[in-house]
Write a protein that binds this ligand. Structure first.
Ligand code: NAP
Length: 262
């Protein structure tokens, strides 16, 4: 299927690795010009080099901390300077720490708010004027399956991302007349560094890595952890003109992990 992304310009945040990198990779493969951002310059440049080596869409790498307003504005300015327009915004960031409600103080809540909600608000505000000019904009927010089902130890992620879902619903309504769609993609368990870091450094004796992966996936109907490119496939479709009648929704990529029947 031709996703009709050749010539589109996409901003992909938190894209030096993990889900953001997978999204940027597929968009580049499909011919989009992509601006990737993350904080660590070296990792970001390594990823940019990998994407350029694909020989498809053009790639610009701009270091950015999405919690910082000045860096965020400079990121968008640099994208416009390089490509002259923006068609697609993929709002993504690192995740807040896992833990119980009582383990977090106000500083942790403030930090999660800035990382996962305020950054989404800020980038949307910066990019919407440019999307309005293209006549077919796309905003896609990476959230978490915890906005649809209970996920233990994810009080920061769950609470803050509910705000993103609420914001996206309002935005989809307000931006519909401008032919801009706004959707959320909710990862279940997808194997990235964030998930790798949750495995024990010294597994119980005799347990292999495959054992640990299988144990983690035992309640997932597809009986496996997802791959980043499986989430990227949905994001690329939602970023494409083919998804033009889908807006204001949250779609999970979770191997069936959410047990609710809708
Ligand atoms: P990851 O593999 O740890 O990658 C995180 C990416 O975010 C890196 O490129 C990192 O680069 C960047 N980043 C972190 N903080 C940033 C900041 N302040 N400004 C700009 N970039 C920043 O994580 P992931 O698994 O891809 O997760 C992406 C998002 O999906 C997270 O919000 C996570 O909570 C959510 N999610 C993931 C899963 C899953 O199963 N993987 C499930 C549910 C939700 P730098 O450190 O260099 O900035």
């Amino acid at each position: 299927m031709d996703l009709q992304l050749i010539g589109k310009t996409a901003l992909v945040l938190a894209a030096s690795k993990g889900l953001g990198k997978a999204c940027a990779t597929l968009l580049v493969i499909e011919g989009a010009d992509v601006v990737i951002g993350a904080r660590d310059r070296d990792t970001l440049e390594t990823t940019a080099a990998e994407l350029r080596a694909l020989g498809k869409g053009r790639v610009l790498a701009i270091p950015v901390d999405v919690k910082k307003p000045d860096e965020s504005a400079a990121f968008v300015d640099a994208a416009i300077k390089e490509f002259g327009k923006i068609d697609i915004l993929i709002n993504n960031a690192g995740g807040p720490p896992f833990g119980s409600f009582e383990s977090f103080d106000e500083t942790a809540w403030q930090s999660a708010f800035e990382l996962n909600l305020l950054s989404t608000v800020r980038f949307s505000r910066l990019v919407i004027p440019h999307l309005k000019k293209t006549g077919s904009g796309r905003i896609i927010n990476i959230v978490s399956l915890s906005v649809k089902t209970f996920l233990a130890n994810s009080v920061l992620s769950t609470s803050i991302r509910m705000g993103v879902v609420g914001m996206a619903k309002i935005l989809s309504n307000e931006l519909g007349p401008d032919n801009i769609t706004v959707n959320n993609v909710a990862p279940g368990l997808i194997l990235t560094d964030r998930i790798n870091d949750t495995f024990p450094k010294n597994p119980p004796s005799g347990a292999t890595r495959e054992d640990l992966l299988a144990e983690r996936a035992k309640d997932i109907p597809l009986r496996r952890i997802g791959r980043p490119e499986e989430l990227a496939a949905l994001v690329a479709f939602l970023a494409s003109p083919l998804s033009g009648y889908i807006t204001g929704t949250t779609i999970q990529v979770d191997g069936g992990a959410i047990k609710a029947p809708y």
